[in-house]
Design a protein around this ligand. Sequence first.
Ligand code: 6PG
Length: 466
Amino acid sequence: KKSEFGLFGLGVMGKSLARNLANKGFHISLFNRHVPGIEEDVAKNFKNEFKELATSLPFDHIESFVNSLETPRKIMLMVNAGKIVDNVIEDLLPFLEDGDILIDGGNSNYNKTKERFDYLKGKNIHFVGAGVSGGEEGALKGPSIMPGGSKESYKGVQPFLEAIAAKDANNLPCCTYIGTEGSGHFVKMVHNGIEYVEMQLLAEVFVMLKALGHNPDEIADILESWKETTNSYLLEITIDILRKKEGDDWLVNQIMDKAGNKGTGNWTTITTAQLGVPSSMIATALFARYTSFYKDERIAASKNLATKINTNFNVAIDDILKAYQFARIVNHYQGFKLIQEASKNYQWNLNLSELARVWTNGCIIRSELMVELVTIFKSTDNILTDETIIDKIKTLKPSVKKAVSECILNELPIPNFSESINFLNSFAIANSSANLIQAQRDYFGAHTYQRINDESNKFYHTEWNN
Ligand code: 6PG
């Protein structure tokens, strides 16, 4: 009997997705390259390890793997993003037939996904670029899935992807057809950008609560009390992390303060710049990671450039909570704004409410705020025009102003909090200082400017020296 679905690549995520599919009753084929030095192949070992895989077929030979699948074949690639994806596609191609569907479930760059989509279209093979979020546990118990490609190809893989996805509060799958080409991977990329900011904001909360003299356990207790109004997956894991002890010390205190990254935050920042969208908090969170990397230079600078502060850091914990709520709203505004502009630019016709819904469970940025956004996006694409959001911003703003000012006076680094209020101050202003920029551009480069109160939108140039 042939298998219904193939899984190519048995890394951490591939294994978890395979078990998830098998647990849902699907007959699957498993492929992993033969790893030198291991006698039995990886797929066979893996199959023998878990009873839910009893009916699955393991392979380390590509042609037999492909031939073990019902046509049109559905093969999900769970390999590292980058050149490997192209290599795997080339390895599979000789054995595929018209109408077969390849799904790339890695964090691939959306531009590459479009290229692969077009390339495979020319060969009558469907290509679905699917963002998958939720890490190892999510992949096993239910990830959030963001598939992009042709609608027709989605229909072929829909029963599988929707069965293994997390479920939202109404028991609908956290998986939906996103749009054509690379839109699924685009949306996953922005998910990660929002994730970078959410993580950075919690790190900055940590900075402030430490400055108030609290130890990690006390900070965890404070964050625990925030769950009632402001819960999110990242808040929950941060509480767990802060409570973890190793001997007499907290483990977090023993971790080297250099933040890594695998590139998606970098791509989001490049993309927001390319599309002309000011998603500045994502760039700020990315650069905060980059700054952290200069450990040696930071140590030297801390001796030469930091001031010994005598003033007391004086912020109420409630102000920190409110500042955090404020910054999260701005982060979500900016992230969704980037998606909305990309959707217009690439004519993807993305549905922001449906996207927020897919992000209410399974993924790393699931939160109570995300649940609220599902409803808000039903009536507007711009959350900053929504009455409840406007009310919240007004209520929270004094706290973010207080927290950020106090941090700056005390030389505490809070780049994302600071960016959240600076962005809002730059945005919620009818007359900005960009008039001076225009004048400067016209002065040295004759770039011209438009005048207020001139309905014709005419461009003017001035001989500034005369
Ligand atoms: C997810 C995560 C996942 C992964 C990122 C982390 O949604 O499950 O975003 O994709 O953890 O690759 O990215 P960095 O290594 O860049 O932090």
